[in-house]
Write a protein that binds this ligand. Structure first.
Ligand code: FAD
Length: 293
């Protein structure tokens, strides 16, 4: 099923992101956690990929298992880095053969020593989106950044480039994580004002240990509200308390989002089935698929 059709149904949805292993030794542990999350029967699951295509075969395998063995819709991530048109056509053929209906088309983070201005087949996600749409009937998603992509000089150019992704035909956009819902509400206003009407899925990261904060800071421009920082300061040193507080903070964000009409929520699970399960449990009266287990 296409994610665009799920969104059109108008019911709130909850989906989970998982990542693949980097090496074969880690397959059992990492993929095993992803399959436990699949057994929670969310609306769909996305499977990330390494920026330079390093985990592509595991991404494809895990997405296929989620869809065909665990009966959960899969969203397979594709990136542009080091990828040719021919590679993408082959990947599309493989995805189609594995009953994958949904692709998240990204540029990927630029690896060290990569000349981003060289003559690559795909420089930006919008080019990949256009190509996939031209060569398949996949439902295609894209990424957006309520607090601006770190490479964008300003919000205006960031939104102008998001518009290119919408014009290339993307069916939905998933946000980078944010910790203050007002940031998202203001962003939605700005993108709609810029003529971008593509459905937006809110990306939520449950922060369940204080160490995650450093990584989040390196990945995004996220601002942390004082309510959130107080939680980290008070509970960060105590693992059990931080786990509980992080899950409750994420659930409060989600309840507020749905109350304000942002019905489609994607959780960055970091492959933690217990976190995904607890969030689902807490929302069982609010999101229909949370009663699926
Ligand atoms: P783009 O849309 O190409 O934008 C990248 C930068 O270029 C932005 O600053 C944009 O404003 C600018 N830009 C866009 N078009 C143009 C243009 N025509 N001219 C000049 N500038 C332009 N990374 C992975 O490696 N693997 C994953 O699986 C993955 N999953 C992700 C999932 C989500 C939901 C999100 C939010 C991010 C994910 N990322 C992933 C990270 C993402 O790849 C990086 O943030 C990357 O740096 C940008 O990707 P993009 O698709 O947004 O790129």
């Amino acid at each position: 099923m296409k994610i665009s059709d799920m969104i059109k149904s108008g019911k709130p949805t909850l989906s989970f992101e998982v990542f693949p292993p980097k090496t074969s030794d880690a397959y059992e542990k990492v993929a095993g956690a992803a399959y436990k999350i699949a057994d929670l029967k969310p609306d769909f699951m996305s499977v990330t990929c390494g920026a330079a295509g390093t985990t592509d075969s595991y991404t494809a395998l895990i997405a296929s298992e989620i869809k065909n063995k665990h009966s959960v819709e899969a969203l397979q991530h594709y990136t542009c880095i080091n990828v040719t048109r021919e590679n993408v056509l082959k990947k599309l053929e493989f995805s189609k053969k594995n009953n994958i209906d949904n692709i998240l088309a990204l540029r990927g983070d630029i690896p060290e020593n990569y000349d981003k201005d060289a003559d690559h087949d795909f420089k930006h996600a919008s080019e990949l989106i256009y190509f996939i749409k031209e060569h398949s009937d996949m439902c295609v998603g894209a990424a957006c950044y309520p607090e601006r992509h770190p490479e964008s000089p300003d919000v205006k150019s960031d939104i102008a480039h998001l518009k290119e992704k919408a014009e290339a035909g993307c069916d939905f956009i998933t946000t980078q994580m944010f910790f203050d819902n007002n940031v998202l509400y203001k962003y939605l206003y700005k993108i709609r004002e810029a003529g971008i009407y593509v459905p937006v899925i809110a990306g939520i990261m449950p922060v369940t240990n204080a160490k995650q904060i450093k990584r989040i800071m390196s990945l995004s421009n996220a601002e942390f509200p004082s309510k959130f920082m107080n939680i980290i300061d008070r509970f960060g040193p105590d693992n059990d308390a931080m786990l509980q507080a992080g899950i409750i903070y994420a659930c409060e964000q989600i309840i507020d989002l749905i109350a304000n009409g942002v019905d489609n929520i994607h959780i960055y699970t970091m492959n933690k089935p217990e976190v995904a399960g607890k969030i689902q449990e807490s929302l069982s009266g609010i999101i229909p698929s949370c009663q699926n287990k």
